[in-house]
Design a protein around this ligand. Structure first.
Ligand code: GLC
Ligand code: MG
Length: 422
């Protein structure tokens, strides 16, 4: 959270499964749309928070399967575990507050007496979360009986039913909503209370997110019956919560537009970058747009037109250098020539490129350094390069690419790097 020194302009707190991630979209198009919007318009002054029911183990698995960005804050196990930054530093203060009137042994002992409850995988049983599967038809009755048993044994617990099959038992003070309230309080004491907060969800464990004061909310179009029912009974007249028309991450973009929380045009919705001139010189934008162009060029989705590569070449310094992750050095202009030859070589193939953690700093007047993680999905293989770009700009002229350097990130196991272009 040290990344920002002033209050974030927007904080998005989003569930993952069936909200940020559409498991019915094998191309991940809506997620990629969101990613480029976030890196283009929000990363530099906003916070991205993922709030998932998954344990750290299953969360990390999902990160390997889907092109998820790196969030600033990760809330896992239905609001019982909060971590910060890329290295996921745990919030021990939060854990301490959850011990109140909580006894894992008693919770398990009582819950195991119900034959309707089937214990979930071992990875999903956490210090402050015990999880089961239960049939939809039995859920209400079991929940009622369980609460009575816990009350008798002096425990103050919360039972949440999600996705028409999952039943989680948590301390009363836990849950996605309480975790968000805790986070907002913490940010406020640090002088970083977000200007706007948008909560996004699709199922029962997300309902609490929509009752936190001053928070905008979006239930994506594909929201589960139990969430829609909760909304109809509890939040129908709250104009700050909408049921989007669009699925998953596209529903989040829709809500940004609906509540006027900032830009809502994803670079992926712009078909011709030559026509898309931004008023302000912004080197971060330049990089996001370039890698998107690069994806489309190799997929053969833009016209094979000289004007594109000529304009790219013109924006490279004549003696600009590209350091390939293998260590080999080439001139930037030669690299563009190489790119010209690869037009359409990924047509009809699984090939996607996305930027993560784009960070632009202006070192000296007229000079910028942009750092980012550049990801490339190539068939079943995924690679990430830490990329640093140096730009210069003269008064009244556009940005000039001076130097590009790439190194393999620790997540990429690279055996052969000859297919990597830029
Ligand atoms: C995730 C978790 C699971 C939990 C469910 C609903 O799927 O893996 O343990 O029950 O979310 O919160
Ligand atoms: Mg979900």
């Amino acid at each position: 959270m040290e990344r920002l020194t002033s209050p974030p302009r927007l904080m998005i707190v989003s569930d993952l499964d069936h909200t940020m991630v559409d498991h019915h979209d094998s191309e991940n198009l809506s997620l990629l749309r969101f990613n480029s919007l976030w890196e283009h318009a929000y990363r530099h002054d906003s916070f991205l928070v993922f709030s998932t029911g998954r344990s750290p183990t299953l969360y990390k698995e999902l990160r390997k399967e889907k092109p998820l960005l790196t969030p600033d804050i990760t809330i896992m196990s239905v609001g019982t575990e909060i971590t910060y930054g890329d290295s996921m530093v745990p919030d021990h203060g939060w854990v301490d507050t959850l011990n109140n009137k909580w006894d894992l042994g008693i919770v398990k002992e009582e819950a195991c007496k119900f034959p309707e409850l089937k214990l979930q995988a071992e990875t999903e049983q956490r210090p402050h979360k015990v999880s089961f599967y239960v049939d939809k038809s039995k859920a209400q009755e079991v929940t009622k009986e369980l609460s009575q048993r816990f009350e008798k044994r002096g425990l103050d617990v919360k039972i949440i039913y999600s996705g028409g099959m999952d039943l989680d038992i948590l301390p009363q003070g836990a849950g996605k909503g309480q975790a968000l309230a805790y986070l907002l309080k913490k940010l406020k004491t640090e002088g970083k209370l977000p200007v706007n907060t948008l909560a996004c969800g699709d199922s029962g464990n997300d309902a609490e997110l929509f009752s936190i004061p001053d928070v905008y909310g979006v239930m994506v179009s594909n929201a589960q019956e139990e969430l829609l029912k909760w909304h109809a009974e509890n939040a129908k007249d709250n104009p700050k919560v909408i049921h989007a028309k669009e699925r998953c991450a596209s529903g989040i973009i829709e809500a940004i537009g609906h509540f006027k929380l900032g830009p809502n045009l994803s670079p992926r919705d712009v078909s011709d970058f030559l026509e898309c001139k931004t008023e302000n010189v912004n080197p971060g934008h330049e990089v996001v747009k370039f890698f998107l162009f690069y994806e489309r060029w190799r997929r053969g989705e833009v016209e094979n037109c000289e004007a594109y590569t000529a304009s790219l070449k013109a924006s490279c310094h004549p003696s600009g250098v590209f350091v390939h992750p293998s260590g080999a050095e080439k001139s930037l202009r030669d690299t563009i020539d190489e790119l010209r030859k690869c037009y359409g070589d990924k047509q009809g193939k699984k090939f996607r490129v996305w930027a993560d953690q784009v960070l632009a700093t202006d070192t000296t007047p007229g000079t910028w350094i942009v750092k980012l993680d550049k990801w490339e999905q190539n068939g079943e293989e995924r690679r990430c390069c830490t990329t640093t770009v140096k730009f210069t700009s003269k008064e009244g002229e556009g940005l000039v690419w001076e130097h590009v350097q790439q190194t393999w990130s620790k997540e990429s196991e690279v055996k052969d790097d000859s297919s990597w272009i830029i």
